[in-house]
Design a binder for this molecule. Structure first.
Ligand SMILES: *Cc1c(COP(=O)(O)O)cnc(C)c1O
Length: 369
């Protein structure tokens, strides 16, 4: 049995900052001479941006992407003065002066955002730093091709903005064979040719491991830093970062036919041993894993038995002989036997959603050396 640093916690989330930094170095080496930024939105995909971003800054990263102004404000004091903080969602009405005061750089995604930012700069009497996003085919954020005509007619790009980067985003960067990737690349080349010659950025994690033509000047990896394969199902140089373990609260033997959990949806036709752990959907463990998925004790797979509750779930531990598993023992939920990708697949989702849902009740342990 292992100790748990946060006394009495039901589960331990171990975040390996060394592996995270190694992933950053792997990506940075792979894309050089392009620069590697880090996407730390959504609290660094649930891992904790306040620890993750400074660790990456110590590796030399100077470009950080968040989604919201509030995320940029929280990170600003934790980063070196020469680090740039980019806001992917750009500006929302009323946020302009706070963004300018913070020195954060909005990704301007539409003409309204460009106009508001230029007006804010004029009011402040200076050119404000900006990123321009163009839509190269994902139809989510960014200027449409026809918006670029309006933009160039309306705005003096050199006088009105300090344009630091032009970017776009890949819809299928995680699928190396997908024909949408070369299509988006060609559209990005054509759209940026109409704009001032500033540094360009197209690649997310998946894009970092497409051909070098996708790298441009700056890449924007997120999920690969946090340990998931950039191209699911393909060999990957990325190391796992997260491990999740939970303690056994109780073990019981039930007679044949007795139901387990809400709705009594698990009722084995022979006697079974059931163990309860203190992790549930309020901790971000998907309720879709009811009667699906598993935990591991050593090399033994322990299927989830019955519905996942808010604060607990039950495992069928009959595969272990009686007396093997004790009150307080640790089982693995995410780790070497059950990688993040497997948990996500069992739940019918993706590693991003599992990570960004990780609960606040876990004892968090950081491996730093
Ligand atoms: C989230 C995001 C990224 C990072 O994507 P990953 O697939 O996690 O590497 C990059 N760029 C934009 C615009 C994003 O929204």
């Amino acid at each position: 049995m292992q100790d748990i640093s946060n006394e009495g916690a039901a589960a331990r989330l171990t975040i390996d900052l060394r592996a995270l930094c190694a992933n950053y170095r792997t990506i940075a080496r792979h894309v050089a001479p392009a620069r590697a930024a880090a996407v730390v939105k959504a609290d660094a995909y649930g891992l904790g941006a306040a620890r993750v971003a400074p660790a990456l800054a110590a590796e030399g990263c100077r470009d950080f992407f968040v989604a919201h102004l509030s995320e940029a404000a929280a990170l600003r004091p934790l980063l070196p003065a020469d680090a740039r903080l980019f806001i992917l969602n750009g500006l929302l009405p009323g946020g302009e002066s706070a963004c300018a005061a913070l020195g954060a750089i909005p990704v301007l995604n539409g003409l309204e955002q460009v106009r508001a930012w230029v007006a804010c700069g004029k009011a402040l009497g200076r050119r404000l730093p900006a990123v321009l996003q163009v839509d190269s085919g994902m139809s989510r954020l960014g200027l449409a091709p026809e918006d670029i005509d309006t933009l160039l007619a309306e705005i003096d790009m050199a006088r009105d903005l300090d344009l630091q980067l032009v970017m776009s985003h890949l819809a299928c960067g995680d699928e190396p064979e997908n024909g949408a990737n070369p299509d988006q690349l060609a559209r990005f080349e054509a759209l940026t040719a109409r704009l001032p010659p500033v540094p360009r950025s197209l690649a997310n994690s998946g894009g970092c491991f497409l051909t070098p033509g996708f790298h441009f000047d700056l890449v924007r990896p997120g999920i690969a830093l946090y340990g998931a394969a950039p191209h699911p199902g393909h060999p990957s140089p990325i190391q796992p970062v997260v491990r999740l373990e939970a303690r056994i609260i109780q073990v019981r033997t039930i007679p044949a036919g007795q139901g387990v959990g809400y709705g009594l949806t698990y009722a084995p036709d022979k006697p079974a041993r059931i163990a309860t752990i203190g992790v549930g959907y309020a901790d971000g463990w998907p309720r879709h894993l009811s009667n699906k998925g598993a935990a591991w004790f050593g090399d033994t797979r322990l299927p989830i038995a019955g519905r996942v509750s808010m604060d607990s779930m039950t495992l069928d531990v009959s595969a272990l002989s009686d007396g093997t598993l004790h009150y307080g023992d640790m089982v693995e939920l995410i780790g070497p036997h059950q990688p993040l990708e497997v948990v996500a697949a069992d739940a019918g989702t993706i590693p991003y959603e599992i990570l960004t849902s990780l609960g606040r009740r876990y004892a968090r342990v950081w491996i730093t050396e």
